[in-house]
Design a binder for this molecule. Structure first.
Ligand SMILES: [Zn+2]
Length: 535
């Protein structure tokens, strides 16, 4: 613990509010893995979900899990008006949850109390008091999320404050001010939170923001400046609509920016901060989506520099071009291979990919000119590490020729099928030399690339077992020049069952040819990576 720093508490709601995101659905195993990762990162609270609301969340709270750092928190509504705590089945489920803390949610906007709940202001206050009291009596740490607090405050300041006070008076550890629809701006947040601290001490106040104006983090920091000491947010800013406040950005900002780091401390230690990039990418892996390359601190491009003159300066003194050291957040420096780049770019790119090469290897100049001439014809290696690695390996050393494609042919046919429907089908034939013999395979697909992929991967002899789990995830086509001599660039994203993910590129005036090239690179990359034997 450092001298006189104020402690800020981090409350992660990825597993509860983050699940409000369209297309996000976590299994029990997903939730357990994310909770473990968050605990290792060092957050103070992990909100697991809403026991009783669905089978996954109910199961999650059935067994007590022990976390090293975090208080495991259940979420639920205050008791219903007109019923006692013991007579409300939803509230009983909440109290039965195996958890350290319970975060209750209540309306604090008189308009919502009247219209959504259809109860009186007094009944709502009584529900807050009774519910907080019951949580406290159960031995768990009580806290209250005040939904739509800022809108409520603007509509009826006294009532919004009365809701907060009702919770504090019954012993709530935290009252969390929620900007539920995300429309409030930083200056207003700061002004209102400053006022609230006159009624509820700042070390009992939390802030929960949404990113609807792109200000979720600015709003969070404004609330902290005004005195709030608990920060709610999610990994990668996951959340409904435009997302919640992004803890993946807030955590390093609190720890690495002196304006904040000199005043505040959080539970995350420097050694834990180094797991941040891993945590962010793990979440994307679970969500089966490509990580945001431009994410602050953890994105693949967060510490990437393109220009050649900058690249050699960065190698001499990285601090001149980076606002923080990428190692601190577990990310890495990346100097992009581009037509502006020189040898130093290529060398550090090779180092990043784990390829050893001596600075005065004559083949290095060969690789550089090869990259430049290919980029001039339309190749882009910045987004296609796997194709770059193949090119580098082929130029610098020897890559086995696992198989050779002699020829391929694709047919696309649109016709009426047996029951009179109009269908378009593709059929491909591929002739491959593998294991010393020629193999001819035929494949069908919904399009020419799909048919080629099916045919090519039907029989690759002894390499078949290596590509069984290869899957094409994404496919991007870009037309580079207009007119009849247009060139097509195809970028293919692949993955395998071990969690590997790689990008390959193909360029040709013919879209099928370009796609086939990217597909071949993907297969060859996978064979090298998995150590397939030479022919
Ligand atoms: Zn929310």
């Amino acid at each position: 613990m450092s001298e006189n720093k104020e402690r800020l508490y981090l409350f992660d709601t990825t597993l509860r509010d983050g699940v409000q995101t369209i297309g996000v659905d976590f299994s029990l195993e997903d939730k357990l893995l994310i909770a473990e990762t968050l605990d290792a990162l060092g957050v103070d609270y992990i909100e697991g979900g809403y026991p009783g609301a669905n089978p996954v969340d109910t199961a999650l709270f059935e067994n007590r899990r022990l976390y090293k750092n975090a208080s495991f928190t259940a979420f639920g509504m205050t008791k219903r008006a007109g019923r006692s705590v013991s007579n409300d089945p939803g509230f009983k489920d909440l109290l039965a949850a195996e958890c350290d803390a319970i975060c209750l949610v209540a309306k604090s906007w008189d308009y919502h109390v009247r219209v959504a709940l259809g109860i009186s202001n007094e009944e709502n206050l009584e529900a807050i008091s009774e519910s907080v009291k019951a949580v406290k009596q159960s031995g768990r740490e009580p806290m209250l999320d005040c939904e739509h607090f800022f809108d409520g405050y603007k509509a009826d300041k006294d009532y919004a404050l009365a809701c907060a006070r009702a919770a504090i008076d019954e012993g709530a550890r935290w009252v969390v001010l929620c900007d539920t629809n995300g429309g409030t701006l930083p200056a207003e947040i700061e002004e209102i939170v400053t006022e609230v601290t006159k009624h509820v001490p700042g070390d009992h106040l939390g802030i929960h923001t949404h990113n609807d104006t792109g200000n979720a983090i600015a709003n969070t920091l404004a609330a902290v400046r005004a005195g709030a000491r608990q920060i709610q947010g999610t990994l990668n800013g996951l959340g409904e609509r435009c997302g919640n406040a992004n803890l993946t950005t807030i955590i390093p900002t609190l720890m690495l920016k002196s304006e904040l780091a000199d005043r505040y401390e959080i539970g995350v230690k420097p050694v834990q901060l180094r797991t941040l990039t891993h945590a962010a990418r793990m979440l994307d892996e679970i969500l089966n989506r490509a990580p945001d390359r431009h994410a602050p601190y953890v994105g693949e491009s967060a510490f990437a520099t393109k220009a050649g003159i900058h690249a050699s300066a960065i190698l001499k003194d990285p601090s001149t071009y980076e606002h923080v050291n990428p190692d601190l957040v577990g990310n890495q420096r990346r100097l992009l291979v581009s037509d502006q780049g020189g040898k130093s770019n290529i060398i550090s790119e090779l180092e990043r990919l784990g390829l050893e090469v001596s600075r005065d290897d004559p083949k290095l100049s060969l690789l550089l000119s090869e990259v430049k001439s290919r980029e001039a014809t339309g190749y882009a290696y910045e987004a296609a590490d796997a194709s770059f690695e193949l090119l580098a390996r082929r130029t610098l050393g020897n890559v086995p020729r696992f198989f050779e494609v002699d020829s391929f042919r694709v047919m696309v046919e649109r016709r009426h099928n047996a029951i009179g429907e109009l269908v378009t089908i593709s059929e491909a034939t591929v002739k491959v030399f593998v294991n010393g013999s020629t193999v001819m395979s035929v494949g069908e697909g919904n399009g020419p690339i799909n048919a080629l992929d099916t045919a090519l991967r039907k029989d690759l002899g002894k390499y078949q077992e290596y590509i069984q789990d290869l899957e094409l995830v994404d496919y991007k086509v870009r037309i580079l020049t207009g007119g009849t001599d247009a060139v097509t660039r195809v970028l293919v994203e692949s993955r395998d069952s071990k969690g590997g993910r790689w990008f390959t590129v193909g360029v040709s005036p013919n879209i099928v040819d370009a796609s086939f090239e990217a597909l071949l690179d993907s297969i060859n990359y996978k064979l090298i990576r998995d150590g397939a034997p030479s022919p």
